[in-house]
Design a protein around this ligand. Structure first.
Ligand code: BES
Ligand code: MN
Ligand code: ZN
Length: 494
């Protein structure tokens, strides 16, 4: 599918299908009003009759209204005019795209990007209309041989009469790069564990590097041994799949300290010897969502040619209970030299991340951000609405929170106070890998904080936002938009 932009008015456009907004309190949007004029007041009459109230997400489809040449008009409720929030704008645009797609049209023209959003510019609305449209039309059918839905729309024309052409082009390009990246992240995360293995992720990284001229290095288990990565290797002992540490480097600027992104790449988390209960264990194929997010973000940065330097570190393995698997009580030595008593083999994410975080020191980074589906406790705390955000640097934390807010892909801070650290005390090693039931998301971050003292660091626990469960089970592509927004901000300011 392709999203394009037009300044043309809806009433003169020759479109198969037009999408316009109606507001609560019987108010038509600008585009609906313009269309209403050539439809002899039909839209106004429908709204007056209350056939559509204009509540957010309501829709009504008119087929060849009043015998006019326009074949289809989709009315989408946009709530009270002037009160739409950023995340609601995404819902609005997604609804319009879904209904158009259900009509099996080849293409549709949407004027929903004209609907005002509190504290957001017209350029933001265009960029995010692109993102929300791709998000809504995404499908993952490649493993089905039967019952595959027909192809979706191939074209989406976004109408926004108030926006200058060059500003629009830039917003389209950014939106497109973000949407492409989200699609990549979703495709990787939706692949099952028997297909998306650590080796598969390494192959994907090679493809990405080849396409965009990135530097790539993949550390094998022998290399990790030589580096003393005893924590990462401890997790890898339980599976026959060889673990990897994928290193991708993007250079958009010379002589600038890089930003390092570290993504948890557990391609399946059974829990290991501390085996997880069976219900929903399939969802642990999503435990490489941090890795997928990082690969996708690198792709977007390369597509947008951002003037900064970026390093991606992806420690990747399965967590399985094989005969050589680590056992509760085992003590291992991390690359940092610190020893770890493994009290629960299901707290594996922090074990693979800590060695990657120590490895990150060699880049003398301006900042390190790790992304990980790290704790179930984070899903309990914040649900699917926000990633958990913890940092050893207030400015960096604020920067990420603001980026998430701007991108409608939010993160919310949790405290990383010293007081929580003692929960990790061990009688037998420098620390335990779990800190008990209380504040599980924070103690996981406390564990990581012991490996990140050399640089400004932030941790995003994405267990709640990276994928949906239930009927809509599947990867969300989050927090790719947050990261791209963050990096665009860095590119502007350094
Ligand atoms: N991958 C899981 C975290 C997770 C749980 C993500 C549910 C998404 C949904 C992680 O490796 C894990 O198992 N964490 C444990 C930590 C515990 C043993 C301290 C958890 O959250 O139960
Ligand atoms: Mn686990
Ligand atoms: Zn895990």
């Amino acid at each position: 599918m392709e999203c394009t932009f037009t300044q043309e008015a809806p009433e003169t456009l020759a479109a198969e299908c037009l999408v316009v907004a109606v507001h609560e309190n019987r108010e038509l949007s600008g585009a609906a009003l313009a269309l209403d004029k050539i439809l002899n007041g039909e839209i106004a009459a429908i709204v007056q009759r209350g056939d559509i109230e204009g509540k957010l997400g309501q829709t009504l489809t008119l087929i060849q209204p009043a015998g006019r040449p326009i074949m289809r008009v989709i009315l989408v409720g946009a709530g009270v005019a002037g009160q739409l929030k950023a995340t609601q704008f995404h819902e609005l645009v997604a609804r319009g795209a879904q209904v158009a797609s259900d009509l099996h049209v080849q293409s549709f023209a949407s004027y929903l990007a004209e609907v005002a959003v509190a504290d957001r510019s017209a350029a933001w609305r265009l960029e995010h209309a692109v993102i929300a449209t791709y998000e809504a039309l995404y499908r993952f059918d490649r493993l089905k041989t039967r019952g595959v839905r027909g192809p979706g729309p191939v074209g989406c024309l976004l109408g926004l009469r108030e926006l200058a052409r060059d500003t629009a082009q830039e917003a389209l390009a950014t939106g497109q790069a973000t949407a492409n990246a989200m699609t990549l992240a979703r495709n990787l995360a939706n692949l099952p564990g028997n297909m998306c293995t650590p080796s598969y992720l390494a192959d994907e990284a090679h493809t990405l590097a080849g396409r965009h001229g990135l530097t790539i290095k993949v550390l094998e288990e022998a290399d990790m041994e030589a580096l003393g990565m005893g924590a990462l290797l401890a997790v890898a002992r339980g599976t026959h799949e060889p673990a990897k540490l994928i290193i991708l480097e993007y250079q958009g600027r010379t002589g600038l300290a890089p930003i390092v992104l570290v993504g948890k790449g557990v391609t399946f988390d059974s829990g290991g010897i501390s085996l997880k209960p069976p219900a929903n264990m399939d969802e642990m194929k999503f435990d490489m969502s941090g890795a997928a997010t990082v690969l996708a973000t690198v792709q977007a940065v390369a597509e947008l040619k951002l003037p900064l330097n970026l390093v991606a570190l992806i420690p990747t393995t399965e967590n399985m209970p094989g005969g050589s698997a680590i056992k509760p009580g085992d003590v291992v030595t991390s690359m940092s030299g610190q020893t770890i008593e493994i009290l629960n083999t299901d707290a594996e994410g922090r074990l693979i991340l800590c060695d990657a975080l120590t490895y990150a020191e060699r880049y003398k980074p301006a900042a390190v951000v790790d992304l990980a589906t790290l704790t179930g406790a984070c899903v309990i705390a914040l649900g699917g609405h926000a990633a958990g955000l913890m940092s050893n640097n207030e400015a960096l934390g604020d920067e990420l929170r603001k980026a998430g807010d701007t991108a409608a892909d939010r993160a919310w801070p949790l405290p990383l106070w010293e007081d929580y650290q003692k929960q990790l005390d061990s009688n037998f090693a420098d620390m335990a890998n779990v800190g008990g039931r209380e504040a599980g998301t924070i103690t996981a971050a406390c564990f990581l904080s012991r490996f990140t003292k050399a640089y400004p660091w932030a941790h995003l626990d994405i267990a709640g936002v990276a994928y949906k469960t239930g009927k809509e089970k599947g990867s969300s592509g989050r927090p790719v938009p947050l990261l791209i927004e963050f990096l665009r901000g860095r590119a502007r300011s350094t």
